[in-house]
Write a protein that binds this ligand. Structure first.
Ligand SMILES: NC(=O)c1ccc[n+]([C@@H]2O[C@H](COP(=O)([O-])OP(=O)(O)OC[C@H]3O[C@@H](n4cnc5c(N)ncnc54)[C@H](OP(=O)(O)O)[C@@H]3O)[C@@H](O)[C@H]2O)c1
Length: 247
């Protein structure tokens, strides 16, 4: 099957739930080999087993993206296992919503460590591989909260997603030529993200706001669209949200 996805090796961080899991299942069904990375090894193992039962190719890599050495090991191990890497989906993320006045500095640290630094570690590890291959594709997951500040409550989360867009655009400009960079900016999608805050009132608000959410495979299809284009077409940004979503 020649579909622009079949035979590609795709590394997906945050592959144990939500958008990462849906993307792994969708791309594997189209013939990609998916390397899924996250902290919860049991969840990864179950998803790999499902994909294999359905005839797909997948492997699990237990990884904490906030640890640079673990991200380096992920890329090194996938390369050793499959010989090349075509796509890195920098998807792992945390949304810990709370008013600034609550001063949840531990959760600010974690969002910066996972959403920004984790993505940068992925870029640092995969870019030399892509440059050596003369090809590669970064798919970075930002958010509509990276276009408009999600305030009150989402200020730091928005800050991390504005950073993802800025880094992605700079990266595209610097490495363009043979390496592609796509930023995906989803609206409200039904995943575990809405449970990321320890601030109960904010979490209650988010869970209510997420009643309008659309399924995670909507984002998986957007990612597949960017990957399946010919090598000389770089889909740079895709914004998608529920039709009923106002923000
Ligand atoms: N859902 C939405 O409405 C929405 C909208 C816009 C953007 N996004 C973005 O989409 C991405 C995926 O989120 P989601 O909605 O699919 O939420 P999710 O269901 O909570 O998934 C988050 C994923 O990130 C992983 N993760 C968290 N911390 C990690 C770490 N330190 N190291 C490695 N993996 C880590 C989690 O796995 P483990 O816990 O097993 O490590 C999980 O697989 C995030 O970047 C999020 O900001 C989501």
């Amino acid at each position: 099957m020649e579909n622009g996805i079949n035979g590609k090796v795709v590394v997906i961080t945050g592959g144990s739930s939500g958008l990462g899991e849906a993307t792994a299942r969708h791309l594997a069904a189209k013939g990609a080999t998916v390397a899924i990375a996250a902290r919860r090894a049991d969840r990864l193992g179950a998803i790999v087993a499902d994909i294999e039962t359905a005839g797909g190719k997948a492997k699990a890599y237990t990884t904490d993206v906030s640890d640079k050495a673990q991200v380096n090991a992920l890329i090194t191990d996938v390369l050793a296992d499959f010989g090349h890497i075509d796509v890195l989906v920098n998807n792992a993320g945390l949304m810990a919503i709370a008013p600034m006045s609550e001063g949840h500095t531990d959760e600010w640290d974690r969002m910066i460590d996972i959403n920004i630094k984790g993505l940068l570690y992925g870029v640092a590890a995969a870019l030399p591989v892509f440059e050596k291959q003369g090809s590669g594709h970064f798919v970075n997951i930002a958010s509509v909260a990276g276009i408009k500040v999600f305030s009150p409550g989402g200020t730091v989360y928005s800050g991390t997603k504005f950073a993802v867009r800025a880094i992605s655009e700079g990266l595209r400009h610097e490495v363009g030529g043979s390496i592609r960079v796509t930023t995906i900016e989803p609206g409200v999608i039904d995943t575990e993200l809405k449970f990321g805050s320890s601030h109960q009132a904010s979490q209650d608000f988010v869970v209510d706001f997420y009643k309008q959410a659309i399924p995670a495979d909507s984002v998986a299809r957007a990612i597949a669209y960017a990957i399946e284009q010919p090598a000389n077409v770089d889909v740079n940004e895709i914004v998608l949200r529920p039709t009923v979503q106002e923000f």
